[in-house]
Design a protein around this ligand. Structure first.
Ligand code: DSN
Length: 428
């Protein structure tokens, strides 16, 4: 058998270049992270060869004795780590997971309510062009002018629109969610409550964010963000044991069965078994005391980075952060979000352009950028490093055309990435 370098030089070259980019750059996109070598090993394993439609013990294919073992381990680890009765570890990723929740709990045309993407929500929370608004009636809530959720406003909207499903969760909200308030709102209008904890799952494990368990009816999460696993997702719930081969009523107690039946036969075919094994390994890692310390350092670093940026005169949405991310309004620097993303990329700092509340610009060139600390914290970076990064980002945004400033930022990136190496075993 040939390796990639011998068999496919074109792909090999691009892959090596990506290894160099990750090793020598500062990855500040808050939804990204660096998995362990063990997680990567599972992703590249023979498990990718196997079909396993169904669930452990109830498969439509033979030869699944080892896959059953792996999926059972993944499910048990997820249940124990989050403290829930049931875990489905088969969703291919976050969007399919949310699609499965909608498929399980709603009929086409039913109303769902989520945070608008333009205010930090996610496409699957009811964006006009997404399945969540094409097949369901979507009602969107917003933040207030300063970027904070306004729970009275959300309650008023829920009472007016009577959604069947309310979604709490975000991709660019720098503050904590009050899951109790969301539970009360959902109960008042007799709606199911979905907590999409994709961004904050690792922080919940680390005790850095309250858990929605016992408050939300169903919880979805990707596994590759603060949880630091492979790309993938899980759906967690409490209720009666799942009976995936039997149709059940749409009640809270039956959510485990409703979710399992929504995944297969509702939406998906064969689970990605290599991904399931990698999720199991990541859950084992997340159960270790070091992971708790990692999660705490992620939020400490986010605060340190936010403080450094504020000291340099940056304008942060909600004036700071209590989680792993922050959104900067870059208009005072006289650049657009797209320009900021490009110039920071040119010095080795990766961020993404992002809408700010009540943005007057368009999503492809909005007024903000979003940054976060999960990936650089995995490299071991600390508050002192955050201070340097904040100073460099602000100076680049203040003087995006000054070659000396850009060179100084490049030097800072090189020094930090050498001080905190990534994947030393990978030599491109
Ligand atoms: N694309 C993810 C993010 O960047 O937050 C959400 O799915």
């Amino acid at each position: 058998m040939n390796n990639i370098e011998q068999y496919d030089p074109e792909i090999s070259q691009a892959l090596k270049a990506e290894i160099r980019r990750q090793k020598h750059g500062l990855e500040l996109i808050p939804s990204e992270n660096f998995v362990s070598p063990a997680v990567m090993e599972a992703l590249g394993s023979v498990l990718t060869n196997k079909y396993s439609e169904g669930y452990p013990g109830k498969r439509y294919y033979g030869g699944n004795v080892h896959v059953d073992e792996i999926e059972n381990i993944a499910r048990e680890r997820a249940k124990k780590l989050f403290g829930v009765d049931h875990a489905n570890v088969q969703p291919y990723s976050g969007s399919p997971a949310n699609q499965a929740v909608c498929f399980a709990l709603l009929d086409p045309g039913d109303t769902l309510m989520g945070l608008s993407l333009a205010f930090g929500g996610h496409m699957t929370h009811g964006l006009k062009v997404n399945f969540s608004a094409k097949y369901y009636r979507s009602v969107q809530y917003q933040t207030n002018q300063n970027g904070w959720l306004d729970y009275d406003m959300i309650l008023d909207l829920a009472k007016k629109e009577r959604p069947k499903l309310i979604i709490v969760g975000a991709t660019a909200y720098p503050r904590k969610f009050d899951f109790e308030k969301f539970r009360d709102i959902a109960r008042q209008v007799d709606a199911f409550l979905l907590a999409d904890i994709s961004h904050i799952a690792g922080l919940i494990i680390a005790g850095e964010h309250p858990s929605p368990v016992g408050l939300a009816d169903v919880i979805s999460t990707t596994t590759h963000k603060t949880l630091r696993g492979p790309r993938g997702a899980m759906i967690l719930s409490n209720g009666n044991p799942s009976t995936p081969l039997k149709a059940v009523d749409r009640s809270r107690e039956n959510i485990p069965t409703l979710i399992d039946r929504a995944i297969i036969p509702g939406l998906q075919g064969g689970p990605h078994n290599h991904q399931t094994a990698a999720i199991a390994i990541a859950l084992h890692e997340a159960a270790q005391p070091e992971f708790r310390e990692y999660g705490k350092q992620v939020t400490r670093n986010a605060k340190a980075l936010a403080d450094s940026l504020l000291e340099q005169g940056a304008k942060l949405i909600t004036d700071g952060t209590d989680n792993h991310l922050m959104v900067i309004d870059v208009t005072p620097f006289d650049v657009t979000g797209k320009e900021a993303e490009i110039v920071l990329d040119s010095v080795g700092i990766t961020v993404n352009k992002n809408m700010i509340p009540f943005d007057e610009r368009k999503p492809f060139d909005p007024s903000g950028i979003r940054l976060g600390t999960p990936a650089i914290t995995t490299r071991g970076m600390d508050a002192a490093a955050m201070k340097k990064i904040g100073v460099a980002i602000a100076s680049v945004l203040k003087q995006p055309k000054n070659t000396e400033t850009l060179d100084q930022a490049r030097v800072m990136v090189r020094e930090l990435t050498e001080q905190f190496p990534l994947y030393p075993e990978l030599k491109p």
